[in-house]
Design a protein around this ligand. Structure first.
Ligand code: HEC
Ligand code: HEC
Ligand code: HEC
Ligand code: HEC
Ligand code: HEC
Length: 191
């Protein structure tokens, strides 16, 4: 079941990637912002996950593959980037420069050392899978990532450095039972 979804997803994603490549609309790399982002490669979310013309409408979980089964959402390996980019070379000089960096990591067999943006203290515990399986959308906590260029700061609505943000949502009533939707016992988040 899951495997079929994944293979179907892959096919669609590759087809769309190829389409965007052939069509060659106007490239919207956030060039300047990118160079200053402090990320090792200026990876723009909108070009990959955006649904506008010339964007690739990829599912978040195509890359963040473990969000529904693990504590961490996961980041794609350099090989999965290269699976597309050995063909997709980029249309602008900026894109080609960034994709050349990607090739460098791939050829050296190194993973890309992305800088972490969203992080809570080690004394608290956040399991992605519990939230995704409860039907929450990534955007509720991370904002409209599919419209963003290079990520270099947290969405202002994210409150993971403030326990009240977690507790407030956990206290909200479940629409079916009217009881609070998730536990607020200290021990579920701190252990
Ligand atoms: C083509 C692969 C790909 C797709 C599709 C993708 N992402 Fe990402 N995402 C990445 C990579 C690579 C990073 C690390 C670089 C960065 O922070 O931008 C990342 C980083 C992130 C981060 C920040 C992680 C941190 O460092 O704390 C969030 C949040 C995120 N993505 C959410 C999303 C959401 C939501 C979607 C769907 C709308 C999505 N991503 C689609 C590859 C992808
Ligand atoms: C499913 C195919 C696919 C995957 C997987 C993929 N990309 Fe892309 N990427 C594209 C397409 C298509 C474009 C748009 C290229 C264009 O317009 O020529 C693009 C554009 C880019 C650009 C150029 C942005 C700019 O400035 O214009 C960079 C950099 C990039 N991708 C990095 C990555 C990295 C890093 C990963 C892995 C985390 C990744 N890509 C995964 C298809 C993919
Ligand atoms: C209920 C809020 C919430 C939802 C929903 C959520 N996240 Fe997160 N996300 C967080 C928090 C909190 C952290 C920091 C976790 C930590 O430091 O342990 C985080 C961290 C991340 C990270 C970086 C670390 C990692 O887990 O790999 C990525 C990538 C990410 N989220 C992507 C996603 C994606 C993709 C989705 C949707 C499939 C999603 N998140 C849904 C709150 C959320
Ligand atoms: C937007 C709403 C929302 C936010 C924000 C949120 N959660 Fe949750 N959380 C939920 C829901 C809904 C569940 C219940 C999932 C279920 O019933 O399985 C849950 C479940 C959990 C669980 C599992 C509880 C158990 O009984 O085992 C933990 C741990 C958790 N959340 C930690 C956090 C932390 C830490 C934060 C803040 C960094 C946070 N959550 C922010 C909605 C949220
Ligand atoms: C739903 C998850 C959740 C629950 C339940 C929870 N906490 Fe927290 N707590 C957090 C998060 C997230 C932080 C902030 C982490 C950070 O700073 O990145 C935090 C921070 C703290 C801190 C550090 C002080 C601070 O302000 O940073 C203390 C002490 C603490 N919690 C105690 C408790 C106690 C006692 C309970 C039970 C009454 C409790 N927590 C219940 C998620 C939770």
């Amino acid at each position: 079941m899951k495997t079929h979804w994944l293979i179907g997803g892959l096919a669609v994603v590759f087809a769309m990637g190829a389409l965007a490549f052939v069509q060659g609309g106007d490239a919207q790399g956030d060039g300047a912002a990118a160079a200053e982002s402090g990320q090792p490669i200026a990876f723009p979310h909108n070009q990959h996950a955006g649904a506008e013309e010339g964007q690739n409408n990829m599912d978040c979980q195509f890359c963040h593959f473990s969000a529904e089964r693990s504590v961490d959402a996961g980041l794609p390996s350099v090989n999965s980037c290269w699976g597309c980019h050995q063909v997709v070379a980029g249309r602008t000089e900026q894109a080609q420069t960034e994709i050349a960096k990607l090739r460098g990591y791939f050829e050296r067999g190194e993973q890309i050392p992305w800088n972490r943006i969203y992080k809570i203290s080690d004394h608290a515990h956040f399991p992605h899978m519990r939230h995704i399986n409860a039907g929450l959308e990534c955007q509720q906590c991370h904002g409209e990532v599919q419209t963003m260029g290079v990520l270099n700061e947290r969405d202002p609505a994210w409150g993971g450095d403030n326990m009240g943000w977690c507790i407030d949502c956990h206290r909200e009533p479940d629409p079916e039972t009217g009881l609070q939707q998730a536990s607020t016992d200290c021990a579920v988040c701190h252990y």
